[in-house]
Write a protein that binds this ligand. Structure first.
Ligand SMILES: [Zn+2]
Length: 140
């Protein structure tokens, strides 16, 4: 079985693109997309945020907040985009991308491609009510 890309990077402590880490998460400078693109990766291999322990969640998002603040200062950014998709690497991670003032917004890319592939639709009020009630039942 092929080793997970992030598990391999986490195991390679000499990786040149590690920015910082804590007990449960590690931050890498990424080499693609926009300037400042970083990833904060949970050290333990899980696929979904729903699998994180409370301590892992707190430490991962603590690192996300710290890196976001640093990116916003470095790039004089309006804010930091956060993305978690995991289709290419099935190891929970967050992409952090500063919103550069002089570049276009990313939402058009993220949702534009999805709308193009699946069509844009709005759920009916009944569908929203059903979703709300089903999630409340599951969470109770
Ligand atoms: Zn992994």
């Amino acid at each position: 079985m092929e080793e997970c890309t992030y598990c391999r990077l986490i195991g390679n402590k000499s990786s040149h693109n590690i920015i910082t880490e804590n007990n449960h998460a590690i931050c890498f400078a990424e080499s693609f997309f926009r300037e400042g693109h970083c990833s904060v990766v949970l050290k333990r291999h899980v696929s979904s945020i729903s699998e994180l322990t409370s301590d892992e969640y707190i430490q991962l998002f603590s690192l996300v907040k710290t890196i976001s603040s640093a990116l916003e200062i470095k790039y004089n950014a309006d804010k930091t985009y956060l993305l978690s998709i995991g289709d290419q690497v099935d190891h929970f991670h967050m992409h952090l991308i500063p919103k550069h003032k002089e570049k276009c917004s990313m939402g058009i890319y993220c949702f534009g491609a999805l709308f193009e592939a699946e069509g844009k639709r709005s759920p009916t009020e009944e569908e929203q009510e059903l979703l709300k009630n089903d999630l409340k039942k599951i969470m109770s």
